[in-house]
Ligand binder design. Structure first.
Ligand code: BG6
Length: 500
């Protein structure tokens, strides 16, 4: 069997020796998965026995596949990160098998290629369109490639609504038990996202105030400058709500809002996250317009360059949203009455993901007199690209205070980029692939989380349909439709739009 690693004093993880990547010739595999596996190899984290097989429909032999991966490493790893010896060793681990899901013999061929190494554990990574998840699992099962020494990882989306996500989960369950299923949300592989748990549960400072007594509202923004560039055929009809909110943004919300888990283990963490997702108050026709806004970019300029509108890129009119803002509520004891404003969009003015925690004001101000009054504290957690956090606090301006104490807001600003300068930031997939090989599901999404997230997202889609909500245009390079500002400003707040 592969190597065994001890985590804490009680959990033994089994490191698998074979990885099979379905969709190996696709964009994600070439851009992220192979460069990540290379980096793990370079750091000595892949045992000598580890073999990596690509599987896809293209007819390639091992040598042609290795050439393709070599080219992918050249173009997707930063200069200076490629070492000729490691590269040769890495390419040597690779093999390829043509697999068409409709051809049972192809799975036989894959089984033969893996051979006796199956006993040392095989992890299948499905980097394929979701329509292939069920047939791939069925194909693997038919040739005995499921069972105790196997695992399966899969990319989002898991379905496109609650019923279809249940179908996918059920089809996968025919071949794999839940603890063998690794549903990838690459945001959970990001350092700063994992750091949310450390910030909250590794410091005494915040948790006593982390509730409706201390917090006025929370904002979660994931802003992108990219447009659809070649992805329109996937994206049209999907939209931001399903593409970003159902997964990444709700995972962020769950990490911000969850109760403290008893330990940093898969069951404890995911039990708490799913409770949050199940507390999301559904939207309905009455709240569709007051609690959500959907938008679509028109032509404009991003980073000083003119860019086309979504419909121009698509070549026809569409009501798919490329921007969404939602005011969410969690109906539970801790978060009663605290709005969570979520906002994400393409072709916004800058790429940044951040979480803003707006604390409540002090109950009574003892200061009166000159200058601005007391501002409530605010914690800004910057997830990317400029990782860090800043906490605004009130201070006294130096002076003799003849006209009353002058107050000034200053920032306690921590740059994680600076604090950990010199430490390479890993690709999110490095962490996730290593966890997959070692069998740790903590940073993967459980079936019940997926289903709870779809339940809420479905309520929004249904609310949009019944209230006849249509996409509002916004100019590329702006912060989305003005209705999104209106939504939060009606509550007396405003979106944080600081430059990073
Ligand atoms: C993907 C979405 O899951 O996440 C994309 O499908 C989006 O539309 C991407 O661009 C954003 O990821 P990141 O890591 O660049 O923030």
């Amino acid at each position: 069997m592969g190597t065994v690693r001890e985590i804490g004093s009680f959990e033994l993880l089994q490191s698998f020796a074979t990885i099979v990547i379905f969709g190996a010739t696709g964009d994600l595999a070439q851009r992220m998965l192979f460069p990540s596996l290379y980096n793990l190899d370079a750091d000595g984290l892949l045992g000598t026995e580890v073999r990596i097989h690509g599987a896809a429909r293209s007819k390639l032999d091992d040598a042609a596949f290795r050439d393709q991966v070599a080219a992918a490493l050249d173009s997707h790893l930063p200069e200076g990160q490629l070492d000729a010896t490691v590269k040769a060793r890495f390419l040597d681990r690779l093999g390829y098998c043509t697999v068409d899901v409709d051809t049972p013999a192809d799975f036989e061929c894959l089984a033969a290629k893996i051979g006796p190494a199956k006993g040392a554990g095989v992890a299948f990574y499905l980097s394929t369109p979701p329509s292939l998840f069920a047939p791939v699992v069925a194909g693997l099962k038919a040739v005995g490639l499921t069972g105790p020494a196997t695992r399966v990882a899969m990319e989002k989306p898991i379905g496109h609504d609650l019923p279809s996500s249940r179908e996918v989960n059920a089809a996968v369950a025919h071949g794999f038990d839940e603890d063998q299923v690794f549903r990838v949300d690459h945001y959970l592989g990001k350092e700063t996202v994992q750091n949310l748990l450390v910030l909250r549960f590794g410091n005494m400072l915040f948790e006593p105030l982390w509730n409706s007594q201390g917090i006025e509202h929370v904002q979660i923004t994931v802003a992108e400058t990219v447009g659809l560039e070649g992805r329109v055929s996937y994206y049209d009809g999907v939209g931001s709500l399903s593409d970003m909110v159902q997964n990444h943004m709700l995972q962020l919300l769950a990490l911000v809002a969850m109760e403290p888990p008893a330990s940093y283990t898969a069951t404890a963490v995911r039990d708490e996250k799913v409770k949050v997702l199940r507390s999301l108050r559904p939207l309905d026709a009455a709240t569709a317009n007051t609690h959500s806004v959907k938008g679509q970019y028109r032509s404009g300029a991003v980073d000083g360059k003119p860019v086309a509108g979504y419909a121009d890129e698509l070549g026809k009119a569409s009501d798919t949203e490329t921007f969404v803002a939602v005011k969410a509520h969690l109906d539970n004891w801790r978060w009663k009455g605290v709005p969570f404003y979520l906002r994400t969009g393409k072709r916004l003015p800058m790429r940044h993901s951040e979480i803003l925690i707006q604390f409540k004001p002090v109950p009574h101000s003892i200061f009166s007199g000159r200058g601005p009054g007391l501002e409530a504290n605010c914690l800004l957690i910057r997830l990317q690209p400029n990782e860090g956090m800043s906490l605004s606090i009130m201070t006294k301006e130096p002076g003799l205070d003849r006209g009353g104490v002058a107050l000034r807001e200053v920032e306690l600003d921590v740059s994680l980029t600076a604090a950990f300068a010199g430490q390479r930031r890993r690709i999110a997939y490095e962490r996730l692939l290593l966890d997959l090989m070692e069998g740790d599901t903590t940073l993967f999404v459980r079936a019940d989380e997926i289903e709870a997230a779809w339940t809420w997202v479905d309520s929004i889609h249904d609310a949009w349909t019944s209230a006849g909500v249509i996409v509002k245009p916004y100019t590329a390079g702006t912060w989305g439709p003005s209705a999104s500002m209106g939504m939060i400003e009606r509550d007396g707040a405003s979106w944080h739009e600081g430059a990073q």
